[in-house]
Design a protein around this ligand. Structure first.
Ligand code: FAQ
Length: 315
């Protein structure tokens, strides 16, 4: 089949809402966009374990510790499903890890902020997982089959994460004035970075237009950001704490909250490696990669030995 017919068939499948599977023909740019997005997503899940992992040994009770341990392990699982989904597009785990460690592949800006108090664990679950769910629910309908299917389970687990975070915030807000102040301080620090998770404004997003056409993204960065703000403001009201944005107010005409300006300079500084924790995060991943070399070597040696045995038996 000539390239034009292959392209037509691909576009017809997308238009009909059918999913694209690993063995289907796809344009090179579609394949590359997915490798970029899925690997960035996988790296985010893996690097995202670090800020919360920081509090596992200091969780205030056994119950909190168990829930946090489970959450951090879930994030590792999400990273693994996503690396597997990306591998179906012809890139290896090793290549993806090398891209992360060299700075060629990005991961979510949010994980370059420090977790200074226990309330930050509540704020991450509530806001960061809350934002992740809004972005990822749309990805359960993304056009690439393995990515969409991975997202279904991931979203279910993210809902549990969001609830455990909100419950931590609720407990702090119903506690002593000092505890409530910790919750407010965490909201103050995590609010704006959470809004940045959705990516640059649509007008400054180089990938959105094509990704919408190919149904990789079903909603734009700005649409998802607005949806997050609209859902989260009433949740802050229930907690009795204040979102740190004096311009946040309901707009009857639009049927949405208006909000203040995001500091895009800060966003790009963080994305380009100059956030508070970028260097520490990559150093931690580099250390884990180096220290895990013997495990990877042993796994390869074991697989080779098994193969040799199989060949010997069939000879
Ligand atoms: N951070 O044209 P766009 C989680 C980059 S998972 C860093 O708008 P696109 C779970 C973007 O890559 C969180 N970089 O790009 C959890 C591109 O650069 P490139 C991660 C960002 O792809 C919770 C450039 O800017 N979720 O949190 C960011 O169409 C708690 C231009 O941007 C996903 O990855 C950013 N925030 O839209 C884990 C979801 N935003 O590649 C642990 C899947 C943009 O050209 C604890 N990804 N960039 O060099 C997506 O939906 C999309 O990739 C977007 C960006 C929406 C992130």
């Amino acid at each position: 089949m000539d390239i034009k017919s292959l392209e037509d068939r691909f576009e017809a499948k997308i238009a009909a809402g059918e999913s694209i599977e690993p063995k289907d023909w796809m344009p090179e740019k579609y394949r590359k966009t997915h490798i970029r997005q899925i690997s960035q997503h996988a790296h985010s899940e893996i690097v995202g374990m670090l800020p919360e992992g920081n509090w596992i040994t200091r969780a205030p009770s056994l119950r909190r510790k168990v829930a946090l341990l489970a959450k951090v392990q879930d994030e590792a699982g999400h990273g693994l499903y996503l690396y597997s989904a990306a591998e179906t597009l012809g890139i290896s785990r090793d290549e993806m890890t090398e891209q992360l460690l060299s700075g060629k592949a990005k991961y979510s800006s949010i994980f370059n902020y420090p977790t200074l108090t226990w309330a930050d664990i509540g704020a991450i679950g509530w806001l960061v997982d809350g934002a992740a769910i809004i972005n990822q629910v749309m990805l359960t309908r993304t056009s690439y089959g393995p990515y969409a299917r991975a997202m279904v389970r991931i979203c279910k687990e993210e809902s549990f994460h969001q609830r455990q975070g909100y419950e931590i915030m609720l407990t702090l807000c119903n506690g002593t004035p000092e505890q409530k102040a910790l919750a407010q301080d965490a909201l103050n620090r995590w609010w704006w970075p959470s809004l940045m998770m959705f990516g640059p404004r649509d007008a400054e997003s180089p990938h959105t237009e094509q990704s919408m056409k190919w149904k990789i993204k079903r909603k734009t960065n700005d649409e998802l950001r607005q949806q997050f703000i609209d859902i989260t403001k009433p949740q802050a009201d229930i907690l009795g704490i204040t979102i740190p944005d004096p311009d946040l107010k309901w707009n009857e005409e639009r049927g949405h909250y208006d909000f203040g300006d995001i500091d895009w300079d800060e966003f790009w500084q963080v994305v380009n490696g100059n956030g508070q924790c970028n260097k520490d995060r990559i150093a931690a991943k580099q250390k884990a990669w180096d220290e895990g070399a013997w495990v990877r070597d042993a796994a390869v040696a074991h697989a080779e030995k098994k193969e040799q045995k199989k060949q010997k038996l069939s000879a």
